[in-house]
Ligand binder design. Sequence first.
Ligand code: F6P
Length: 195
Amino acid sequence: PRSVWLSRHGESEYNLEGRIGGDSLLSHRGEEYARKLPELVRQSVGSDRPLTVWTSTLKRTIATARHLPKHYNQLQWKALDELDAGVCDGLTYQEIADQYPEDFQARDEDKYNYRYRGGESYRDVVIRLEPIIMELERSENILIISHQAVIRCIYAYFMQKPQEESPWVPVPLHTLIKLTPRAYDTLVEKYDAKI
Ligand code: F6P
């Protein structure tokens, strides 16, 4: 593709509380990002270019896409849902450290391979993203609105970073990222909504 646009969903109620996973709605600031996103997209994509928006199936990404122009096609992919934290879904990192100290330590030691009990690892996410990457590779003008771990993996793929480094890729909230693959590298442009 010529360019791919990536964004995390706007800040969610769980983000505010420091809870992972879940299916919460956007916080006040998250809503503000959803309202500003059309303008960021207009600046970066242009208003005459067609765009297809891919979200996850979770409320916070769908809500983030809600104010985008109605003529953009929108698609929801289960494969774009956040890394499944299994029994730790809905907990804070402190609660995980208290309730599952061995797991907390195991994840710290090997974050890429650590699989939450009843959930997923980054390695699992990379595998389930394969069809998304394949579809992306043969598409133009796609904006993906997804979640921290998923955006990290897609970003690492386009930046040709080893997937093992995905768990540490910084992906700030309220920022639209434009990636443009070139002959020897990938151009990164970031649009901060300043919220
Ligand atoms: O806290 C937001 C979040 O998207 C969680 O839902 C998810 O478990 C986490 O980030 C992934 O980040 P990390 O792998 O650094 O815990």
